[in-house]
Write a protein that binds this ligand. Structure first.
Ligand code: SAH
Ligand code: MG
Length: 189
């Protein structure tokens, strides 16, 4: 695990922060989550952490970047979790799944959160959860700092997503100021 964290640091790969991942793991335990879909594997850090909670947890995780995907495959094999973590190397928008999940964890391109949510909510079981990471985006979502145009647009999209969650009557969403900002949306029925 330490090795993965060091690799992420060296190559600047945005894996979940320590307190964020602890929070996620605790949530998985408390809510008896067994089937997880993750959008954005990177090198497999959060997928491995989630699958390690208990031996009856299965994770499907999607990563579009080839190099990161290959690194994730290596890491999952090293941890002997290849029978419980299924890695898919594709753009999530090209992936069609029929399974139902207890938890969908959205942690990919931050400007696309609404689209990921709408594409995969059909794969969510009743009364189950969608969790989204990086809603503070390194503190920039609530900052008056001067930013480049691209960054401003990204921050605006994250804000739009937060509004989308607040307005979405099919889910009850709670926002947590933990890690880089996490939301938990529980499907009503
Ligand atoms: N969940 C990981 C970190 C993911 S970083 C962890 O905490 O360990 C976000 C990843 O999402 C990046 O590796 C990026 O390549 C991937 N990504 C972004 N948009 C994507 C898309 N449309 N489909 C698949 N992967 C995507
Ligand atoms: Mg993240």
């Amino acid at each position: 695990m330490l090795e993965i964290e060091e690799y992420a640091k060296k190559y600047n790969i945005p894996i979940m922060q320590k307190d964020g991942i602890e929070f996620l793991i605790d949530f998985i335990k408390k809510n008896n989550i067994k089937n997880i879909l993750e959008i954005g594997t990177a090198i497999g850090y959060s997928a491995i952490k989630m699958a390690s909670v208990s031996e009856d947890i299965n994770v499907v995780s999607i990563e579009r970047d080839k190099v990161r995907y290959s690194e994730a495959v290596k890491n999952v094999n090293k941890c002997n979790l290849n029978d419980r973590i299924k890695l898919i190397n594709d753009d999530a928008f090209n992936v069609e799944l029929n399974d139902k999940f207890d938890l969908i964890f959205i942690d990919a391109a931050k400007a696309q959160n609404i689209k990921f949510f709408l594409k995969f909510e059909k794969n969510l079981g009743s009364n189950k959860f969608i969790i989204t990471d990086n809603l503070n985006f390194h503190g920039l979502v609530n900052s008056s700092e001067k930013m480049s145009k691209n960054l401003r647009q990204l921050v605006k999209k994250i804000k739009n997503y937060i509004e989308f969650l607040k307005d979405n009557k099919n889910y009850e969403t709670i926002f947590y100021n933990i890690g880089d900002g996490i939301s938990i949306s529980k499907k009503r029925g």
